[in-house]
Design a protein around this ligand. Structure first.
Ligand SMILES: [Zn+2]
Length: 64
């Protein structure tokens, strides 16, 4: 056996804390386990996201 073999410490557990972006978030709606994208800041999935704009009749409301 050679003494030049590098011996490293065996990593026990996680060496680095998990990033917040690594955690998987699911829809806040009960019984909905849709995984939200890490880039999606909403609490609900697209199917359960509350509608912001009620029905508008013949009106174009500029987005603010
Ligand atoms: Zn949902």
């Amino acid at each position: 056996m050679s003494d030049s073999t590098l011996k490293g410490k065996r990593i026990l557990g996680t060496a680095r804390p998990p990033k917040a972006t690594d955690e998987l978030r699911t829809c806040a709606k009960r019984d909905c386990d849709t995984t939200l994208s890490r880039y999606n800041k909403r609490e609900y999935c697209y199917a359960h996201a509350p509608t912001k704009f009620p029905r508008l009749r013949g009106r174009i409301v500029p987005e603010s």
